[in-house]
Design a protein around this ligand. Structure first.
Ligand code: PLP
Length: 333
């Protein structure tokens, strides 16, 4: 694989740190836990979409676009990072926001990521949950073209084969860090949503024959659907980078037992996990993705899922800006 063959712009602070969490590991009483700090990618408070946007925005510039158009939930971290990247590159940014959470509070609809989207001057169009966003994206793109603009449509989460390259790259970066310090990674764990992160990682891990198993922890869809989505994108991404045949269906594992009621709705286990990491390690995790994934990690360690594993790396995908939108829903005592 030779990723510099693909158009790319520099947006992220790379490599992100790989850090040991001694106090949290001791608290858990199991394997040593490490975090790959993709919350520190540096763009507008960081997160995993920045790596994907390096390749997606590279492709947008190559296409001659002057406007990026994307879609996400009201508290989308992807939208926030896209809006910031557009500013940095001098592009306009329009966004379709899905009101996925009914009965959302005032703080949810105005603070956190939305506040930052507005700060970056993104044009926000709000729609009810379940709207036909594929058609809406086409319609908005047509409108922008009619007005003389050149739109470039970025799918939700920047999860297509171009965005997934960012996580092929992350897998290579992580393996290089581990090799350099003599760390054996027994398991890699990450939140999985729109699938680009897990798909890119699995391609990178498999194409290098790393033998590092990857566990995705779902935040919305049921397991069968989530795994299929990741697998389909992994196959497409593998072909795109010339690593056909490297990924098999059995390599894609998602545990979707920690979603709770629905996407974006807090769970008690998430609340506890966010609190534990804050108070043992001074780290910020988010209520929608990394906090639920952490809740899964904690529970699975306690259930012995990882067996005799010595070292587990948890990919911190970011999202802490979203914490502020949940100010009235998190319990801190
Ligand atoms: C988008 C996101 C994820 C999920 O990544 P996907 O590539 O969409 O699967 C995880 N954590 C955070 C904080 C995110 O914003």
């Amino acid at each position: 694989m030779h990723l510099s063959r693909f158009p790319r712009v520099s947006l992220a602070h790379l490599p992100t740190p790989l850090e040991h969490l001694p106090r949290f590991s001791k608290h858990l009483g199991g394997p040593e836990i490490w975090v790959k700090r993709d919350d520190c990618t540096g763009l507008a408070s960081g997160g995993n979409k920045t790596r994907k946007l390096e390749f997606v925005m590279g492709d947008a510039l190559r296409s001659g676009a002057d406007t990026v158009l994307t879609v996400g939930a009201v508290q989308s971290n992807h939208v926030r990072q896209t809006a910031a990247a557009a500013c940095k590159l001098g592009l306009a940014c329009e966004v379709l926001l899905e009101r996925r959470i009914e009965s959302a509070s005032e703080v949810y609809t105005s603070s956190g990521n939305v506040l930052l989207d507005r700060l970056f001057g993104a044009v926000l169009h709000e729609y009810p949950a379940g709207s036909d966003f594929e058609t809406l994206l086409d319609e908005h793109a047509a409108r922008i073209r009619k007005g003389g603009g050149k739109p470039y449509v970025i799918p939700g989460g920047a999860s297509n084969r171009i965005g997934a390259l960012g996580y092929v790259n992350c897998a290579l970066e992580l393996l290089a860090q581990a090799n350099e310090r003599g760390l054996v990674i027994d398991h890699l764990v990450s939140a999985t949503g729109s699938a680009g992160t897990q798909a890119g990682l699995i391609v990178g891990l498999k194409a290098t024959h790393s033998n590092v198993p990857l566990l995705g922890i779902g935040v919305g869809a049921p397991q069968a659907l989530q795994e299929q989505k990741v697998f389909d994108l992994a196959i497409e991404t593998a072909a795109f980078v010339g690593a056909e045949g490297s990924v098999e269906r059995g390599d894609v594992v998602a545990n979707c037992d920690y979603v709770g009621e629905a996407y974006g709705v807090p769970t008690a286990a998430m609340n506890d996990a966010v609190l534990t990491l804050a108070r043992t390690e001074g780290l910020l995790f988010d209520p929608v993705y990394s906090g639920k994934a952490l809740a899964g990690l904690i529970d699975l360690v306690q259930k012995g899922y990882f067996g005799e594993a010595g070292n587990i790396v948890f990919l911190h995908t970011g999202g802490s800006a979203g914490l502020f939108a949940y100010a009235d829903q998190l319990k801190f005592d």
